[in-house]
Design a protein around this ligand. Structure first.
Ligand SMILES: [Zn+2]
Ligand SMILES: [Zn+2]
Length: 392
């Protein structure tokens, strides 16, 4: 058995290697045609075509999302491992989060593993998940049951450090609206109620709050509506915030304090306040340590020699919601130098650099090998599930 596994591992590495040129091509095509969340028509069409060619049965529009897809390689239903692809870009910046590499690596891993096992050892699935950047595609897919009947969900994310454990924050998108009363700003300001001032007071309140929050909290926002002309007292004003923390309970606590800043501003100005969620709520990431250890070993098998960086709290991901119900990992591998932050034009350029394309192949190999372990090792599947349940 051990000899069989060694042979299978070698075969997986070779299969993925054989697809490395196709992975690079796929990654570049997606990168060259950036599409925003829920509008990734070309990327999802391209992936569906490539998966069909590789022998997968492809279903598009799963979970009620037109650009989502599920591709299953024919074989027994369980055990089952899913490789998760993201392919949305950012406004103005294009693929500055490198999701082109995620789509290509998960495609390469799924195809490499399915082709090696012929579907006989269990189910190999590719899940195309739209709108990670704010739209929370996976959140709706979790709610609609797309992530059921899986033993593990695997993906990697390009980054500037090799942080295998992804400490993703929970995030609550909050929309704050104030309604005041319009008036001539010079001849009758006393008759107006200034909604913009309420927004400004909200920002000031939040800025005063910051010094008393734990380091892990993040609150950041924009003024999305601030009046129509300087000679009219702004009747309507609006701000959009993201409130983040490492745990759902601390997020709840910080969110209440942020809402109180808006309530205080409403009281101070006399403007009417409306608070509402501005999108789906991202759960924190539960990194499955059992799967992460397996991935770590497989990175070495794929020839990776770089040191691992200690985890630091980062942004948020809708894989966080998946990680609450299925054992998940989202290791981050460096495709850019340390000084290049994600969500910048420099990172968008790094996402098609020779370094990124080398990482792409290694990531796909390590993901495919981890998928092989999930399919062949019942004890591993059990332990990963137990960890998720909080057992030992
Ligand atoms: Zn991003
Ligand atoms: Zn991202």
């Amino acid at each position: 058995m051990e000899r069989d596994l060694t042979r299978l591992r070698e075969a997986v590495l070779e299969r993925v290697e054989e697809h490395s040129a196709a992975m690079v091509q796929l990654s570049r095509e997606i990168h060259d045609h950036p599409e925003l969340g829920h509008a990734e028509r070309e990327a999802s069409r391209l992936l569906a075509a490539r998966l069909t060619e590789a022998g997968f049965q492809v279903e598009r529009g799963v979970g009620g999302l037109p650009t989502a897809l599920r591709a299953v390689y024919p074989g027994p239903e369980r055990p089952a491992v899913a490789f998760v692809g993201e392919y949305d870009a950012l406004p103005d910046l294009g693929h500055a989060c490198g999701h082109n590499l995620i789509a290509a690596a998960s495609w390469g891993a799924a195809v490499g593993l399915a082709r090696t096992t012929g579907g006989e050892l269990g189910r190999v699935v590719f899940l195309g998940t739209p709108a990670e950047e704010g739209g929370g595609g996976k959140i709706q897919m979790v709610e609609r049951g797309v992530f059921r009947h899986l033993d593990a969900c695997l993906m990697f994310h390009p980054h500037r450090r090799n942080e295998l454990e992804f400490q993703a924050r929970a995030a609550y998108p909050l929309r704050i609206r104030f309604r005041g009363r319009a008036a001539h700003a010079a001849s009758a300001p006393h008759e107006g109620i200034n909604a913009l001032e309420a927004v400004i007071l909200t920002f000031l309140g939040i800025n005063a709050l910051r010094q008393h929050l734990r380091e892990e909290a993040r609150i950041h926002g924009i003024i999305s509506k601030g009046g129509v002309a300087p000679n009219i007292v702004p009747e309507e004003a609006e701000a959009r915030f993201l409130v983040r923390a490492l745990t759902a309970s601390y997020l709840e606590e910080v969110l209440e304090k942020v809402k109180n800043c808006a309530r205080g501003a409403a009281q101070a100005t006399g403007a009417a306040l409306d608070l509402e969620p501005d999108g789906p709520v991202y759960q924190p990431m539960r990194n499955n340590q059992i799967l992460l250890d397996v991935f770590r070993a497989n990175l070495a098998r794929a020839g990776w020699q770089e040191p691992e960086a200690p985890p630091r709290p980062g942004g948020s991901t809708d894989l966080g919601n998946v990680s609450q119900v299925v054992p998940c990992i989202q290791p981050q591998l460096a495709v850019a130098p340390e000084e290049v932050a994600p969500h910048t034009p420099q990172f968008a350029a790094a996402a098609v650099s020779p370094r990124a394309e080398q990482v792409l192949r290694t990531a796909a190999q390590a993901l495919a090998l981890t998928g092989l372990d999930v399919l062949t090792d019942g004890a591993l599947r059990h332990a990963a599930r137990q960890e998720l349940r909080g057992g030992t």
